[in-house]
Design a protein around this ligand. Structure first.
Ligand code: GDP
Ligand code: MG
Length: 163
């Protein structure tokens, strides 16, 4: 079977935007409100002759911080159980949050590769925003702009390296 790659992270960090860029067509639902992806959505992706299945997570928009955290943890747990590589996405404009730290703790405990992706790095001036994410303890952050399609090649190289 093809390797399974799951994108996890807080609502509104840009998971569905990345998913749609990699898939090449809009399958997941993206809106300006956080967390509008209705369910897990799967797509086939190919990079350098390597095929894999990509999962976008999200679910219904949670109405409180409490529920956001619960949902993130549940999705992280599903990713931990089913995915071969986990893409953990954080928001390079918002910076590090408490829920990022909690999910990172879950991901650190398992023996699966985690690619830490800092999204919304739309220009070089924002590049330094990545440094605080080293504190998550899951390795070197890779900066991308899903919206502008920046850094996606380096990120994909890092993902398929783990197959
Ligand atoms: P999700 O909830 O994690 O799936 O996030 P979405 O993909 O729905 O995106 C949430 C918001 O972030 C939308 O308004 C996107 O347009 C915006 N967004 C996504 N990627 C980027 C990016 O690279 N740069 C900027 N500036 N905004 C982005
Ligand atoms: Mg989404």
């Amino acid at each position: 079977a093809k390797p399974l790659v799951a994108i996890v992270g807080r609502p509104n960090v840009g998971k569905s935007t990345l998913f749609n860029k990699l898939v090449g067509k809009r399958i997941a639902i993206v809106e300006d409100t956080p967390g509008v992806t209705r369910d897990r959505i799967y797509a086939e992706v190919e990079w350098l002759n390597q095929k894999f299945t990509l999962i976008d997570t999200g679910g219904i928009e949670p109405e409180s911080e409490d529920i956001i955290l619960k949902q993130m943890k549940r999705q992280a747990q599903i990713a931990i159980e089913t995915a071969d590589v986990i893409v953990f996405m954080v928001d390079g404009k918002e910076g590090l949050t408490g829920s990022d730290i909690e999910v990172a703790e879950m991901l650190r405990k398992v023996n699966k590769p985690v690619v830490l992706v800092v999204n919304k790095i739309d220009n070089l001036k924002l590049e330094d925003n990545k440094y605080e994410f080293y504190n998550l303890g899951i390795g070197e952050p890779i900066t991308i702009s899903a919206a502008l399609s920046l850094g996606l090649g380096d990120m994909l190289d890092e993902i398929v390296r783990h197959f």
